[in-house]
Write a protein that binds this ligand. Structure first.
Ligand code: ADP
Ligand code: MG
Length: 308
């Protein structure tokens, strides 16, 4: 099988959508919906760095697209299309089958199209560039927080970090936290609903402490949060009670949940969203005027994930 057969067999899911010219030409062509702007983001996953070598092809594909969709979610954007740059050590058809069908399943769930890419030989790495749309005058930014905004996070934190820690120590993580590590669910629907409700938003990829600090730096404000308010799953709660290691949920990373700030006047709207999406949103603190992040109950400094 050569490169072109591979693309045709595993990645050419042409849909005859008149708004797109997809795989097969030198460039993809995209009609931009009227009164909208594009939101675009790229993320790379490298074997052994971002996922363990024995991760299934299906989980690798899911994670590669999910982490990109999480960036669109953080802006409140609606997914539109993506491109895929794939570097493979060899052509392994059963791997490609698992990868391609999982990628297709997640892209269909969020109604986005694969419009092009690049295929090369080398150490396994997956780069996805995802693009979504936003109404012309709307977007969730890191810079929009205001004093007295309430800070919220979605779902629970630290699950993926605990699963990864257990894998590294040859222990077996529970099914729930392993699922969050291997197949995170991007909060796309929540992000869209937060447009016009939240003042600022970020997705938590490198740990709450570091990612909330990005909001604070961009907004030139501070925050006070309380560790006892951080939402934890049963497994992470047990871990924290046993070890007192609050840094795992605060700085562990790989959560792909949203952290956002909401003015008091919009809390009622947020409650409606919680019900509509049947989702867990937890108040963890408040935005303050003095420009630092106070974490009540934490008596040490955590080290967040750094790429270098
Ligand atoms: P070029 O040499 O002009 O850059 P390629 O031969 O790399 O084009 O790719 C041929 C077509 O297949 C292009 O439309 C490209 O976008 C698409 N393509 C290549 N690799 C992938 C991939 N992994 N996934 C999706 N589309 C791909
Ligand atoms: Mg070309």
């Amino acid at each position: 099988m050569n490169e072109f057969d591979l693309i045709e067999k595993y990645f050419n899911w042409q849909t005859n959508n008149p708004d797109f010219l997809g795989i097969g030409d030198d460039c993809a062509l995209i009609s931009i919906p009227e009164q909208h702007k594009l939101a675009t983001s790229v993320d790379t996953l490298i074997e052994g760095v971002h996922f363990p070598s024995n991760t299934s092809a299906a989980d690798v594909a899911h994670k590669a697209l999910a982490v990109n969709l999480s960036d669109l979610a953080a802006m409140g954007a609606t997914p539109l299309y993506f491109t895929l740059a794939l570097t493979l050590p060899n052509i392994d058809e059963s791997w490609l089958e698992g990868f391609s069908s999982s990628l297709k399943t997640l892209s269909e769930k969020y109604n986005l199209f694969l419009l092009g890419g690049d295929t090369t030989k080398g150490h396994l790495s997956i780069t996805i560039n995802v693009t979504g749309t936003l109404p012309i005058n709307q977007a969730l930014l890191r810079s929009g927080a205001n004093v007295d905004d309430i800070i919220f996070v979605s779902s629970t934190l630290g699950d993926a970090a605990l699963a990864w820690q257990k894998i590294q120590r040859d222990k077996t993580p529970g099914a729930k936290i392993l699922k969050k590590f291997n197949t995170p669910e991007p909060q796309v629907l929540l992000g869209k609903k937060l447009l016009g409700v939240a003042n600022s938003c970020i997705d938590i990829s490198d740990g709450l402490e570091q990612d909330l600090s990005h909001i604070l730096n961009r907004s030139k404000l501070g925050a006070r949060i309380d560790i006892s308010d951080i939402p934890l799953s049963d497994e992470v709660l047990m871990y924290v009670e046993n070890t007192k290691d609050w840094c795992l949920p605060l700085a562990g990373g790989d959560d792909y949940e949203l952290c956002f700030t909401v003015p008091k006047d919009n809390i009622d709207q947020l409650e409606l969203i919680t019900k509509e999406l049947d989702i867990k949103l937890t108040k963890i603190g408040v935005i303050t005027k003095n420009q630092d992040l106070e974490i009540v109950g934490l008596n040490k400094t955590c080290t967040s994930y750094q790429h270098f």
